[in-house]
Write a protein that binds this ligand. Structure first.
Ligand code: GTP
Ligand code: MG
Length: 135
């Protein structure tokens, strides 16, 4: 079994898509190991997205991810990391597989509804940021 850090980003929360995302996670057979609604401060957002700090869109990305409440979840199961990335679809919603969360709900690369860790090291690092004393 494996764990991944999932976010329903502020656009997904504002649009009422928490339930849809959680329903897809549960329908796939993945389990929720932690679940929390919170608004990120800039420092936490910059730490979470540190890999993108030199990208031209970094400032916009931090503005976006701190713009309102998000849902953070630890999702667990066999191949949880890849399984959730498949549910999410490609980063750019217009390139995401038909039937994926991003294809079904989004149009633009920044406001793409969800985050999922991209590998085991990222998952471990990100889970520690959001749930420091639980895992
Ligand atoms: P995450 O699960 O959120 O990490 O998405 P990802 O792994 O599919 O994409 P990546 O880590 O490359 O980018 C992180 C996030 O930055 C994306 O999900 C988008 O919200 C945002 N992003 C990526 N590329 C761009 C871009 O070119 N412009 C803007 N404004 N935002 C971008
Ligand atoms: Mg990423």
């Amino acid at each position: 079994s494996e764990r991944t850090l999932v976010l329903v980003k502020p656009d997904g929360v504002a649009r009422g898509l928490i339930g849809d995302v959680i329903a897809r996670i549960e329908r796939k057979g993945l389990k929720l190991a932690a679940l929390e609604l919170r608004t990120l401060d800039r420092e936490t957002a910059e730490t979470h997205y540190a890999e993108h700090k030199d990208k031209p869109f970094f400032g916009d990305l931090v503005d976006f991810i701190t713009s309102g409440p998000l849902v953070a979840a630890v999702v667990e199961g066999p191949n949880a990391i890849k399984a959730f990335r498949q549910l999410a679809g490609a980063t750019n919603p217009v390139e995401a597989a038909t039937g994926s969360i991003r294809a079904d709900h989004a149009l633009e690369v920044q406001n793409n509804i969800v985050h999922g860790s991209d590998g085991p090291e990222s998952a471990e690092r990100e889970i520690k940021i959001f749930f420091p004393d639980r895992f």
